[in-house]
Design a protein around this ligand. Sequence first.
Ligand SMILES: Cc1cc2nc3c(=O)[nH]c(=O)nc-3n(C[C@H](O)[C@H](O)[C@H](O)COP(=O)(O)OP(=O)(O)OC[C@H]3O[C@@H](n4cnc5c(N)ncnc54)[C@H](O)[C@@H]3O)c2cc1C
Length: 376
Amino acid sequence: MPAQRGFAGRISSEILHHIAMVVNARPRDLGIQGSRWSLARLRQYLVRAGVVPACSVESLRVALKRAGLAVASPRIGQIQKGVATMIPGAFEYHAPSTIGEATALLARLGDDAKVLSGGQSLIPMMKLRLATPKHLVDINGLPGLAYVREDGGALRIGGLTREADLEESDVVQRRYPLIADTCRAIADPLVRNLATVGGNLAHGDPANDHPAAMLALGAEVVAVGSGGERKIPIDSFFTGPFTTALRPDEIVVEVRVPAPKPGSGGAYVKMERKVGDFATAAVAVQISLGAGSVCERAGIGLTNVGSVPIKATKAEAALVGKRPDEGAIKQAAQLAAEAAQPQEDLRGSVEYKKDLVRVLTVRALRKALERAQKGG
Ligand SMILES: Cc1cc2nc3c(=O)[nH]c(=O)nc-3n(C[C@H](O)[C@H](O)[C@H](O)COP(=O)(O)OP(=O)(O)OC[C@H]3O[C@@H](n4cnc5c(N)ncnc54)[C@H](O)[C@@H]3O)c2cc1C
């Protein structure tokens, strides 16, 4: 990241994002002595990494304070881990009890409002002041939106289903190994107890794990707004960084995943710096084999290697109509790496991430095939 001029004036949201990532890691993991962050250590790191220009500890403290980041004790200069030191802007809280009430509220409040479900992404964003909604519409009280069941040729996952419930679902464990792998790779059990599947997709974060998995599976998002219900194919759901095809008054009420044909298998393989972290890169694969073990359908989704979750369509096409032997797997993996558009950051260089996608695609394809050959 280039050094910022005029640092004494304002800290941009991009730098705040960067600082949030930095203080979530241990100083010594980033080459700074010590086990806890202090302002002096943070300044040392940020200046060395070129995130901010050379500055005094005091000017960093003032700039952080101005950006809404309250440092616990300026004298000692200790910064607590993560975003716990930050306070969100003021907002009005609404707790509707029916979908109709919720969508009417959202339609009336427009862009000033945000849906609140598990709060595992929204609340940290608000604490960082990357989101400053004037109204929160809490949908946790809406009945009938948390379920996992197979029905009408599809797996139906209610929008308010918690990750922990999806992970423990019997049908998911038996028939949807890609989803089971994905749930286990998300954050940690504390986050998974609250975070919802609807929220994971609606947040539109290319670093989230469900988007790539749902792209590989060919899922459909069911949204309800003040104008009624509509189904959005997952391929057209993610429209930009942290942006989706949802309208401001729409709520994700269900995610539908086509039931797997016999001879199908899937896998999600994620590389993370430490348990619970977002992916450096991850690959989701869902494959269906027909007569003679020829690949009838292949879905490949990539996590955190672009501004949106990526569907590796050329890699998918390279597999269809072939027996996925080692040669075909390596060719598809190369095409998946070419589809990746990563940015260099604390997790690695562009070259490293592209090569990681290649390696993870090989692993995910081999695992998915093994499962498909065993019957799914
Ligand atoms: C420490 C930590 C680690 C994490 N690690 C991972 C990880 O490894 N992998 C991963 O995928 N995620 C990770 N996350 C992010 C988080 O798990 C997901 O983004 C989460 O699933 C979001 O769901 P939520 O219910 O908490 O959404 P919220 O935070 O409540 O909302 C997120 C966004 O989606 C909107 N929204 C929520 N629900 C709906 C709905 N039903 N309809 C319409 N809009 C809606 C909100 O308005 C908001 O914009 C991590 C989070 C934390 C705090």
